[in-house]
Each structure stands twice: as structure tokens, then as C-alpha cells.
Design a protein around this ligand. Structure first.
Ligand code: 9MR
Length: 477
């Protein structure tokens, strides 16, 4: 991120904690008594993740793949957290170092660790002006737009069903003036953000799709208002957005604002979830602890605040380590800020989350299947069906195709369709097209030549103009 902010000793706006130690102890006892009856975990009420879960929330942290060999780090991670965000491993430079060549090994280590330990994953970040690979930095115009669409499609498809929420677009607004940040992505056209969201929805319909930014915590700031207006416009026009991420990197130059809860509430009132995505608060001792506690209380007070992620585990893991902004010290010991967070979680919120929270833009509330079911039944004998899913925006499209084999399976297949007049294919993955306009036959590539009986494989293509939808002619060998 581009901002340079002063380091400080916590927030001058932090409010004093209202509770006494006695009340805190009573609340803790009450919580323990409750969990004896209903708990599924022996640690309920004594760790961040378990206590957040009792409030219907998650508690997460940023994770760096290379630290997964640090036993102290992993010990705290597994004990305390139930959501992880790859700190750098899912960014564009990490996942597509050369155009069209995808690299998921580091991100996979984090996802696999999370899944093996019962944690969910926030994906971060699909489209961002920063941490782009060199080849993307050198692109512009429609070439960059198409590269972005393909990147989102490939990464979100690869992780389909494994991601709780994606930061689809990160930090697209300028720090002042209430306007978009200038960037190569912004210069492809104002619609780049909504195209990113529509593309992500097509690739992973089950993930919550978030816009994520910093310095959007203070309701009165122009940047906050600008993001709010974008989300309002997206909701009005049906652009698929489910959540807004508040990074909440607090320090003396960007302090915790007393109207933070108002900000969360106002965004939630637009019909989106809110999530605190990269929390860290510079400072130490009681001042830092009080601010952390206040942030937790604010989230618990807003029913659509799904959870909190801190941006690292120990102070030494922080991108701002000299500001000691996290919940554990460099030796892995719990800080007063940790206790304040746990106490606030165990004290509970004034507004419980709804037990069922249907998003207005309709991702499933239960985890999606890792692959979407075909919309047409498989044929009963030889042959195959091809079902098209179209993601159309003004001037361009991505079509995803599911090829489902019949009872005999397939050993080689092809799909033939006719593009609408004026449409032209610019990029195809997992199939070989015979042409870029008119009637096109897509043939299997080596790695998807065989489809098991009743099984399926997916391929896709993007292009300019109006894309095809519906079904297409499918032939299987
Ligand atoms: O914590 C990340 C750090 O390791 C990277 O060097 C840095 C590079 O841009 O990104 C940091 O994470 C940022 C996050 O991706 C987006 N919001 C701001 C975070 C802190 O800079």
C-alpha cells in the first residue's frame, strides 16, 4: 500500500474501557458455565477463535507460508484462529508470475494448512494496483483488462469452494478527494471494479465478494464516503458485491475513530456484510488494549460484522513490527491487547448475528460444492452435453463451459458453438479453439482428454463483443 503514516502509541481517540475486572470475571465464569452444556470444543471461551464463534463470528490472522515451519507460530495459529488470510501468497505477482502461467504452491500450503486445522480462508486479493507482476505493470487498455479478467477467472476457479470471502478489489480509492486512485487498472475504464466483481462471481459463485480498503474507518472522511457511494451504486444496479473489508491499520496518523461503529453500521445498512480484514493497532499496554477491545465491541454491535482478522500473529510478524501492533509479543506471549480482545468477545455483543443471513446477492449460506452442479442432466449413454455460463459486461465477456460425459465417459471431446455477430475470442483456457469468430469448435487438450462416465470437465474463453450462452453441441469419442 502506498500510504506513509506516522507511528504512534495508539489512538488518541480510544475510549476508556467501561467494564471492571469484576464484571469481566463474572462474564467469563458465565461463559464457561454455558459452554459446559453446549460446547463442541473444550477451548470455547478461552481462545480468540472459539470465543468469536460463540458470537457467530470468526477470528482470523494473516499467515505467511514460509512461517508454517515455525513451531511457535503454528502453535499459536492453530490454537487461537479459525480464519486465515494469505499475507502475500494469493496476490497477482505470486499467483501469475508470467502471463498465463499460474503458481499456487505457496498459497496452497496455507489453504491446506487451514483446511487440515478447521480454519476458513479469506482470499486476498484478486485485483489491486500494487504487487502486480512486471508483465501486468507493463500492460494497458484492453490487454490489461483482459489479463485482469483472466487472472480473476483462473485464480477464483482454482480455489472455487475453498474461499470464504475474496477481496476482489483492493485499495481502488485515493487517500483524499473522494475519487478513484489513479492506476493502470483504473485507466482501463471506470467499470473495471464491477467487471472484476462479475468475473469473480462467475468463477466462484459461493464465495462472498468483498471490496477492501484502508482509511475508510472514519465516517466523515471523503474516502469512506466515496467507497460507500460505490457500494450503494453497486447494490442499486445489481453488481454482485457481498461485503466490504475495513483494513483498520490504526496508528497516531490514522487513529481508531470514535465513529467506527457508525461506519460499520452504515455500510451494513446498504445490504452488505462488513469484515475487519487487516487489523493492527500501534502502541502498547492499556492504551492499545482498550482500543483493541473497542474495535471488537464495535464489530459485535453490528449484526452484519462477520468477524475480525489481525494482520499477523506476533509483533515480530507485523509489516510494522516497530509499532508492536499485534496481540502477541515477539516471544509469542499474550499481550494486554489479547486479553482485552478475549474479554470483549466473551462479554458478547449487543446485536447477535442472524442465525441465517441470506446475502442479498445470493451466494449460498452453506459452503458451496467444490464444483457447481451441471444445469442439464448428463446424457444416459454415449455422448456429452455442454452447458455455457456467460459473464457479460459492456464490450466483453467470459464464457465458462462445462462438458459432462454420458454413461460411457469420453476419450476425446469437442464442443461447437456459434458466436454472435461481432463477437471475437481473445483467450481460451483448457481447450483448443478452431477459430476466433463465427462457428468455433473447441477440442480437448491433453490433460482433459478423458472424462469419467457421468463426470465433467470445464474450459472457458473470453472475448470482446457479446458472448454465447445456453448450450452447445457436444461430441464425445
Ligand atoms: O503485509 C504485507 C507485506 O508483507 C507486503 O510486503 C506488503 C506489500 O504490499 O503488503 C502487506 O500487506 C498489505 C495488504 O496486502 C493490503 N493492505 C495493506 C497491507 C500492509 O501493507
Amino acid at each position: 500500500m502506498d500510504k506513509v503514516l506516522a507511528r504512534g502509541s495508539g489512538s488518541p481517540n480510544a475510549r476508556p474501557g467501561p467494564r471492571t475486572a469484576l464484571l469481566s470475571a463474572v462474564a467469563g465464569v458465565a461463559m464457561i458455565a454455558t459452554t459446559v452444556v453446549v460446547a463442541t470444543s473444550a477451548s470455547a471461551g478461552t481462545t480468540l477463535g472459539a470465543s468469536a464463534a460463540e458470537q457467530g463470528r470468526y477470528f482470523g490472522t494473516a499467515v505467511a507460508a514460509y512461517k508454517l515451519s515455525d513451531s511457535q507460530y503454528v502453535g499459536i495459529l492453530n490454537r487461537e484462529f479459525n480464519m486465515v488470510t494469505p499475507e502475500n501468497e494469493m496476490k497477482w505477482d505470486a499467483t501469475e508470475p508470467s502471463q498465463g502461467q499460474f503458481s499456487f504452491s505457496s498459497a496452497d500450503r496455507i489453504v491446506n494448512h487451514a483446511q487440515a486445522n478447521g480454519m476458513r480462508v479469506r482470499g486476498h486479493a484478486l485485483a489491486w494496483h500494487s504487487q502486480q507482476p512486471g508483465w501486468a505493470q507493463n500492460l494497458s487498455g484492453s490487454a490489461l483488462r483482459q489479463a485482469m479478467v483472466n487472472h480473476i477467472t483462473q485464480v477464483a476457479t482454482y480455489y472455487r469452494g475453498k474461499i470464504y470471502a475474496w477481496d476482489v478489489v483492493n485499495e481502488a480509492f485515493a487517500d483524499s478527494g473522494g475519487v478513484r486512485r489513479d492506476s493502470n487498472l483504473q485507466r482501463t475504464g471506470d467499470d473495471w471494479i464491477e467487471v472484476a466483481f462479475r468475473t469473480a462471481r462467475a468463477a466462484d459463485p459461493g464465495a462472498k465478494l468483498c471490496y477492501n480498503d484502508y482509511n475508510t474507518d472514519n465516517w466523515t472522511w471523503a474516502k469512506t464516503q466515496a467507497v460507500y457511494n460505490m457500494v450503494k451504486d453497486f447494490k442499486a444496479r445489481g453488481v454482485p458485491i457481498d461485503c466490504v473489508g475495513f483494513q483498520s491499520h490504526f496508528n497516531s496518523g490514522s487513529p481508531y475513530p470514535s465513529n467506527y461503529r457508525t461506519t460499520l453500521q452504515n455500510f451494513a445498512a446498504l445490504g452488505v456484510d462488513v469484515q475487519i480484514t487487516e487489523l493492527d493497532i500501534e502502541g502498547s499496554g492499556t492504551t492499545q488494549a482498550t482500543t483493541y477491545g473497542n474495535v471488537v465491541k464495535d464489530c459485535l454491535a453490528v449484526s452484519r460484522c462477520n468477524g475480525i482478522t489481525v494482520w499477523g500473529i506476533r509483533d515480530s510478524d507485523s509489516w510494522r513490527s516497530s509499532g508492536t501492533p499485534l496481540l502477541f509479543d515477539g516471544n509469542g506471549n499474550k499481550k494486554p491487547a489479547y486479553t482485552a480482545v478475549l474479554d470483549a468477545l466473551n462479554a458478547g455483543g449487543t446485536t447477535p448475528p442472524p442465525t441465517t443471513a441470506p446475502p442479498t446477492t445470493a451466494p449460498p449460506t452453506t459452503p458451496p460444492p467444490t464444483t457447481a452442479p451441471p444445469t442439464t442432466p448428463p446424457p444416459t449413454g454415449n455422448g456429452c452435453t455442454a452447458t455455457l455460463t456467460l459473464n457479460q459486461w459492456e464490450g466483453g465477456f467470459v464464457t465458462s463451459v462445462r462438458v459432462t460425459a454420458g454413461a460411457a465417459g469420453a476419450n476425446g471431446w469437442s464442443v461447437t458453438l456459434t458466436l454472435p455477430a461481432g463477437a471475437s475470442i481473445t483467450n481460451t483456457w483448457s481447450a483448443q479453439p478452431s477459430a476466433t469468430t463465427g462457428t468455433v469448435t473447441f477440442r480437448n487438450v491433453d490433460y482433459n482428454v478423458r472424462i469419467a462416465p457421468g463426470g465433467y470437465t470445464d474450459f472457458g474463453f473470453q472475448g470482446v463483443g457479446t458472448g454465447p450462452s445456453g448450450t452447445a453441441t457436444c461430441t464425445a469419442n
